[in-house]
Design a protein around this ligand. Structure first.
Ligand code: GEK
Length: 246
């Protein structure tokens, strides 16, 4: 976990909001983000552990390991903590509110590999000499038309034997399946203590901001980008981690 000073409880959507605005990664969200993502994404702590062990397995000495959409640095620090000392961990996020808090979290981590946190739109990030690239629930926030280019850049920037770990919320073509997984996810959020008002307002705010894909679409996108093999390594309700090997 990120060594945050004091994770605060997410109350962003707890009160009725008259003029609901589209979801943004602003200061209000960044302040409570650790609590928000843990209570919204089933399997999030497990996925962080999988990021750590994937890094340990695939990171190659003297390479870079990227975390695209690093938020507060939970995934970036998992990467850093499992890297050979000669590697560089690079976290990228375009939200200044996230980057500021991420840098403070990084300052509290004392693992040895070098790390840099950049405030940058990942669509312009040049991936170079990479052995591991992680996108932990970030591709889903990019305009669909930009996604293929980003994945192509990742594939091109990986060294031989390098891997890309893609974690996403998924949707289903089959309406019965879609309804089942949505219901189960709703129950998960209630179990995590969110009220029906919070769930409804957050869902409305995320409409057209978080655009999920089906597993088939993700696999096709990854293959088009030049990866030779993809494996579904985690599925927890409607959230998955796909390991793509160059
Ligand atoms: C974690 N990986 O805790 N360029 C850079 N960053 C972006 C862009 C972009 N174009 N679009 C969105 N982001 C983290 C969680 S959250 C996932 C990642 C979620 C950033 C955005 O600012 C946010 O911090 C992050 O991607 C997505 O393991 O909220 O479900």
């Amino acid at each position: 976990m990120v060594p945050t000073a004091d994770p605060k409880e997410d109350k962003v959507y707890a009160k009725p909001i008259d003029q609901l605005e589209a979801f943004e990664f602003n200061a209000k969200v960044a302040d409570v983000f650790e609590n928000m993502i843990e209570r919204s994404v089933p399997g999030y702590p497990l996925i962080l552990d999988i990021i750590g062990l994937t890094t340990e397995h695939f990171a190659q000495p003297n390479t870079c390991c990227y975390d695209l959409g690093c938020s507060l640095g939970a995934s970036t620090l998992k990467i850093r903590q499992h890297l050979p000392i000669s590697c560089l961990a690079i976290g990228i996020d375009n939200s200044s509110d996230m980057v500021e808090r991420c840098r403070a979290n990084v300052a509290r981590d004392h693992s040895q590999a070098q790390i840099e946190i950049r405030q940058e739109d990942l669509r312009i990030t040049r991936i170079e000499n990479a052995s591991v690239v992680v996108m932990n629930f970030t591709l889903q926030f990019l305009p669909e038309g930009d996604r293929d280019n980003v994945l192509r850049g990742i594939s091109d920037g990986l060294v031989d034997g390098g891997v890309f770990l893609l974690c996403e919320k998924i949707k289903f073509d089959n309406s019965n399946q879609q309804a089942l997984f949505e219901d189960l996810h709703l129950s998960f959020k209630r179990l995590m203590g969110y009220s029906d008002l919070e769930i409804a307002q957050k869902r409305a705010a995320l409409e057209n901001v978080l655009i999920p894909s089906t597993i088939t679409e993700l696999n096709e996108r990854v293959s088009r980008a030049g990866f030779s093999r993809t494996e579904l390594i985690v599925q927890c309700l409607n959230f998955v981690a796909i390991l793509a090997i160059k």
